[in-house]
Design a protein around this ligand. Structure first.
Ligand code: NAD
Length: 274
């Protein structure tokens, strides 16, 4: 495993209570960063599985502290601008700065495009696209004011690389949007020495996926794989682990990737190779 030097850095991680965000938060700490761990702390009306809890967020903070790093937990909804602005302010009050934005929070729900109700669309796009923009806006402003560069890594998806039916129109739209936003932010923030990239995970074993299986049944996975082929070409029965996404996050947050900006990097166990 590569080692990174994030000593003295502050990473602001959204969706940090469980799943990929938890994995990113703890790994930043393992490489020496202090961490702002943000999560919602309640469920969204249109999400049919459990989102992160306050106890899980606190457990993430404890795991950060076990690596000898400072952790600040913040309860906020990334789709609400006032909450994002307050969260960024709280982080800067606590640590004096932010160096890395891990823009990871996201939700999933399913309905065919002709059946989708407006609330489902708004909640999903609110978190998965507007939320990415709001966090990039407020942390990006901080980067500009501070004048010492910065790193933004957004979470896209393989669903932002193709069309996927099976009730995914809103999710696919949001994730394609994240790719476009990533390219545009990369160009706008380049003069401030800020790198902006995205990672596109395939099927990752997290509470999101297990929750979806419980809510909609295992046949959904079979139907999806009948369309797309296996999610994981290395192991057709298995999914990727969150660490595989975290590894890409660490690289894109480091100066090893200093000439990388505006990309969406598939880390998808061959999903898009087919
Ligand atoms: P998860 O549900 O396990 O974790 C997501 C976390 O984000 C939860 O703790 C949740 O509470 C938090 N969150 C959700 N909405 C929020 C909001 N409005 N404000 C603040 N926090 C919020 O999901 P995961 O699998 O870890 O997903 C992380 C990211 O990866 C998401 O953007 C998701 O779309 C993306 N993704 C996941 C997969 C997969 O197979 N798991 C594949 C591709 C992309």
């Amino acid at each position: 495993m590569p080692e990174y030097d994030f000593d003295g850095k502050v990473a602001f991680v959204t969706g940090a209570a469980h799943g990929q965000g938890e994995s990113h938060a703890v790994e930043y700490a393992r490489h020496g960063a202090d961490v702002v761990a943000l999560d919602l702390g309640e469920n969204k009306e249109t999400v049919p599985y459990d989102l992160g809890t306050d106890d899980e967020l606190e457990a993430t903070a404890e795991a950060v502290r076990e690596h000898g790093q400072e952790a600040l937990t913040v309860k906020a909804d990334v789709s609400e601008e006032a909450e994002v602005a307050a969260a960024v302010e709280a982080a800067v009050d606590e640590f004096g700065k932010i160096d890395i934005l891990a823009n990871n929070a996201g939700i999933e729900s399913f309905a065919d495009a002709v059946e989708l109700d407006e609330r489902m669309w708004d909640e999903l796009l609110g978190t998965n696209l507007k939320g990415i923009w709001l966090c990039a806006k407020h942390v990006g402003k901080h980067f500009i004011d501070r004048g010492d560069g910065g790193k933004i890594v957004n979470t896209a998806s393989v669903s932002g690389m193709t069309g996927i039916p099976l009730g995914n129109a809103h999710y696919v739209s949001a994730k394609w949007g994240v790719r476009g936003l990533t390219k545009t932010l990369a160009l706008e923030l380049a003069e401030y020495d800020v790198n902006v990239n995205a990672v596109a995970p395939g099927g990752v074993d997290t509470p999101m996926v297990t929750g979806i299986m419980e809510a909609y049944g295992e046949e959904m996975l079979a139907e999806s794989q009948a369309l797309s082929g296996p999610w994981n070409v290395f192991d057709e029965e298995g999914m990727q682990d969150a660490q595989s996404i975290t590894d890409a996050y660490m690289w894109l947050s480091s100066d090893a990737a200093r000439y990388v900006t505006g990309i969406t990097l598939p880390v998808d166990a061959g999903f898009t190779a087919k």
